[in-house]
Design a protein around this ligand. Structure first.
Ligand code: FAD
Length: 414
């Protein structure tokens, strides 16, 4: 490619020979019919080679933006290139919302859905669970629609970009709602031991942040629809200033705190759209373990504390409700998510990643598809009961391998 393209983190330089930006669906179908190898580039916020190709990359950014609210106001149909940050204002203006958001609004909806991206909340499924229909261009260039209830649907939604180009998604929506974000400092380890399930359920969305300098939680973030009384909570103190998830980092890019009510899209993400999210210089990993083994999982992380601390910016602990999407990290499991924001140094980070994977193996941890992991693919496959059905689905939708790349070949095992 004439212009070098990297992912958001800069740790992946794409090896593609061309980057297409089709302006209309027939043009995109022609690109697919050329046979690939072809991968879609969403907003590039993944941290591994899943979007990479030595063939062609295609960005959907130049396709017309679509935000079509159904007459019954229960769903919205969006195009395959839109970002949450573009969608949320349009929805909110109509008095509607999506049920949850990731830590940032900058990501594309289709890229988030295909990797089972999630926010937090014991009753909130990941973002893919709001998908009611998916429109995609298969390997043969045909545009097909799959709806909830169709046989292939639960296998296709979290599809890792393997079944085709997602050109549109229909998402469930709910009435717009207000949220208050409260941050508390220094949640003691003893409180986790006594009250972890209650703490994680003490809000619509709850995130605990620790840099593992001690056994305590540096801050606990509670996003709630109602007010919290003044004073300590589970032994933690209300923060005396605005916080960034990474302890000590200036909080300008964080969404508003101190319990000030605000619209769902201005509180559910940790980071504001108009700023660089997170720290901007980082790698990320995340594993999902069964919620009912949450404390065991936190203890497993503690066992490798000395290995992770030198490369760790922050560990976020959050929750995701179970779903029925075959390749969702939350497939049939209420989950605890153990997210790690690392320093931006792959060689230094990988041993810490491997150490965590070893500790979390007895908990059948499932790595986030879009983040850094080193677990061998056979082990990853074994953690998904419907994986062989997914392999068959890929063969059905992309028999000639138009959308394959080395990352996918490895995950699929052939
Ligand atoms: C700062 C930061 C914060 C993050 N916070 C969270 C978080 O809170 N929760 C969480 O779960 N994750 C989080 N992530 C990870 C992120 O949500 C995922 O990596 C997600 O996939 C990013 O979407 P994207 O469009 O940027 O994907 P990309 O990296 O562009 O692509 C990801 C995959 O999707 C495929 N793809 C994209 N669009 C399409 C399409 N239209 N059709 C077919 N395939 C497609 C690509 O080919 C690729 O395989 C974060 C990432 C960053 C950088």
């Amino acid at each position: 490619m004439s212009n070098v393209v990297t992912n958001w983190a800069g740790n992946i330089t794409f090896g593609a020979r061309r980057l297409h930006r089709p302006a209309a669906l027939p043009e995109l179908q022609e690109i697919v019919r050329a046979g690939g190898p072809l991968r879609v580039l969403g907003s590039g916020h993944s941290f591994n080679r899943m979007a990479d190709t030595t063939g062609d990359l295609v960005s959907l950014i130049s396709l017309p933006r679509v935000v079509e609210i159904a007459e019954d106001r229960r769903t919205v149909r969006v195009d395959g290139g839109i970002r949450y940050g573009e969608l949320v204002d349009r929805l909110d203006a109509e008095g509607l919302a999506v049920h949850n958001m990731a830590s940032l609004p900058h990501i594309s909806v289709a890229g988030a859905v295909t990797t089972a991206t999630h926010g937090s909340g014991v009753r909130n499924g990941n973002l893919a669970t709001s998908v009611a229909a998916i429109e995609l261009i298969r390997g043969d260039g045909e545009l097909v629609t799959l709806r909830r209830g169709d046989e292939d649907f639960p296998g296709a939604v979290v599809g890792l970009g393997a079944l085709g180009v997602v050109t549109a998604l229909t998402l469930d929506v709910v009435p717009a709602f207000e949220i208050r974000q409260y941050v508390y400092d220094d949640l003691p380890r003893a409180s986790l031991e006594q009250h972890l399930p209650e703490i994680l359920a003490a809000g619509y969305s709850v995130s605990l942040f620790t840099n593992w300098q001690t056994g305590d939680i540096n801050h606990a973030w509670f996003k709630r629809t109602d007010e919290l009384p003044e004073g300590p909570l589970f032994g933690a103190r209300p923060a005396d200033g605005k916080r960034h998830p990474v302890p000590g980092v200036a909080a300008d890019n964080s969404t508003d705190q101190f319990g000030v009510p605000g619209p769902w899209h201005a509180r559910l993400p940790h980071f504001k759209m108009e700023f660089t999210p997170s720290t901007g210089a980082e790698l990320q990993s995340e594993w999902m373990v069964p919620f009912d083994r949450a404390l065991e999982a936190i203890d497993a992380v503690a066992r490798v504390r000395e290995k992770i601390v030198p490369v760790l910016q922050v560990n976020e602990i959050r929750t995701v409700a179970a779903d029925d999407l075959w390749l969702s990290m939350n497939y049939e499991r209420d989950s605890l998510g153990l997210h790690f924001t690392w320093i931006a140094d792959t060689a230094a980070v990988l041993p810490a990643v491997a150490a965590l994977e070893e500790q979390l193996a007895p908990l059948e941890a499932r790595p986030h598809w879009g983040k850094v992991f080193t677990q061998d693919a056979a082990t990853v496959r074994s953690r998904y009961p419907r994986f062989s059905d997914f392999q068959a689905l890929v063969a059905k939708y992309d028999p000639k391998g138009t959308f394959r790349n080395p990352w996918l070949d490895d995950i699929l095992g052939h």
